[in-house]
Each structure stands twice: as structure tokens, then as C-alpha cells.
Design a protein around this ligand. Sequence first.
Ligand SMILES: [Zn+2]
Ligand SMILES: [Zn+2]
Length: 377
Amino acid sequence: MSLTFSATDTTVAGSHKNSSSTVHGAYGFRLTGVGQRLERHELSPLEPGPDQVVVKVAGCGVCHTDIGYAFDGVPMRHTLPLVLGHEIVGRVVAAGGRVVHWQGQTVIVPAVIPCGECPACKAGRATICRKQFMPGNDGDGGFATHVVVPGRGLCHVPDKLPGGITLAALSVVADAVTTPFEAIRRAQLGSEDIAVFTGAGGIGGFGVQIAAAFGAAVVAIDIDRERLDLAAQHGASLTLDASQMNEKDLKSAVRSFVKQSGRSGIGLKIFETSGTTAGQATAFGLLDHGGYLAVVGYSPKPLEIRLSNLMAFDATARGNWGCPPEQYPAALSLVLDGKVVLEPYVEEHSLGEAAEVLEAVHQHAIRRRAILVPPHN
Ligand SMILES: [Zn+2]
Ligand SMILES: [Zn+2]
């Protein structure tokens, strides 16, 4: 089907210039039920509301959470069927009357877009906004040619990108880069700190690089040799293969690294980025006096731990759900400045293969972060 585009240029209530236009011929890949294959679906004509924009998708990353929704029955806020995908980059091709300034801009759509007006938002806790919008969870998402999203909190992307960075690859900034970025920022990580990552896959691989960019000495723990090798090339000073070491060995290897590092930071800063109970157990087991545990990965499974370790070690544990939109430009700068490389961690596939790609990610046949790219790019 060809894409048609009917622009209207009218004045609303004599004040706001409305450059909104209706996008016809858009389609997306919907989840119809848990365990069902994604289905291509022709979307009704997309017309932005006064506070919304229509983004022509340049790329949408496939997240661990999408696999949870599609295969494991992780609850979604919107009823099925729904187009999945919350790691979106693209160009605003239609904008509502109150958000016309976005028209024509290339943007990253934050995975979580807060309302900006509720008590949580006003208190600077935008990520817990109960009126937040997450594409592919609260409404149709980015496994599509186009998506309608709120016209606020979007992150402007410069037209000219540095060599080696594709626009589609920047989709992963929407979640896989910004979520660990926010966890690292909240941990107030600095150059005297040691950062430990349990899990060096998608989110962990970017977390390792961000932590190194913040000046910390970084330890990466994983059960996958390839991921550890990549982490060693991009930010990790020490890599530990948890498939070959028990918890005690890991702990003493980290301790001797701390001693040798000469860093004066008090307490390890540990980032759980595996989203597995094994990784969570390792991360919790590494907590020591004054330690800090950031829970970044998600697992629906429970884990038995001795919570009183937090008390005994005077330690802190903290989670974070996404990243506030105002932090996106700083996270994007790390990528554009070459401090966080995306290329070895991502691979692009055509949107038409959405169902197969999701299945392959589920089966671990695709190891890098998959990005779905619509054909018009
Ligand atoms: Zn995600
Ligand atoms: Zn809010």
C-alpha cells in the first residue's frame, strides 16, 4: 500500500496554527494474544490530537520487555490487540495545534512520557507519573511505519549525525541507553567509584560504557564470553565470567580489584542489568558496607534474599522505571560524542520481519539488540 499524505493548514480558535495532517496507509505489527505471532495490521488514518504528534518511524528497538509482553504474559496497561514497541526514533510528520513546534523535527520518543502536571511530575518524580504514556503499552507503539505519541518530552536529534551512527540505531537511546543512564545518574557515580554490572547484554553493555564515561572503574559480570569481550573493549576494566566462578570467587575478585584500583569511593555501586534471578542474586551477594544496588533489569520471577543485609551493611537499594525526558539530551550526547558506541550492540532488520525477529530474540537466536526499520527509510 502506498502512503498518502493530506496536509491541512488551518487556524484553530484564531490562535494556534494547526499544521496537523492525516496520515493514511500506515501499518503496524500487533500482538493479539500472549504467545501469538505478531500480525500486520493496517492502521486507521492517523490524526494527531491538539497535544499529539505523528512520528514517521525510522527505527524501533526490540526490548526484553516486549518479549515479556508477547511470550510471558507480563501485564500490559492497554488491552490487546496492540502494536508493540517503545524504543522509537523518527520524524514528526504531523503535529497538533498546541505542539506545532515539533513539526518536521527528528526526535527520539522517550519510552515513558510523563504528563508533566500531576503531583509526581511537579515533585520531580516524572518517572512515577500515573498518567504517563508508554508507546506499545498504553497505546499503539513503534513496530509500525508511523506512531501517534504525546507532543511533549521528545528529544531533538540533529539532522547531521556523526559517521558510523545510523538514525535507526538511535532508537535504542529511547530505553536501553537512557534507563541505565538514569540509574547511573541517580547513583551519583563519579571518578572515585567502582561500578559493577551484573549482565553485559543490551542494557548492561550500554551501562558499562556510560559508567566509564562518568569516570568510574567498571567491572562487568556475565555468563557469556562474547559479551564480556565486548565489554572489555568498551569500558570494562575487569570482566568476570559467572559461568566459571561461584559467588565467593566473584566477591573476592571484585574485592581485589577494588584494592588495586586505588579509588577512594565508599562502597561498591552495583547495577543489576541482567534481568535474571541469577544476576540479581549475584548483585545482591556483592553488596558490602555502604554499598549501593541499582535494580535496572526486570524479571517477573521472585528471588529469596536476606533483606537485612541492607541494614547490616548500611547499604542502599534503588530501582528506576525509565528515565525522565529532561535527561535524554545528555544521554544522547554521550552517543553522538562517541563515548557510548551503539554499532557492536545493535542490528537492523526490516519491519516486515517483525514477527520472525521477535521470535528469534525470544529464542536467543538474535543476540544483539534488534531494531525494526520500516521500508520507506
Ligand atoms: Zn524497554
Ligand atoms: Zn504526571
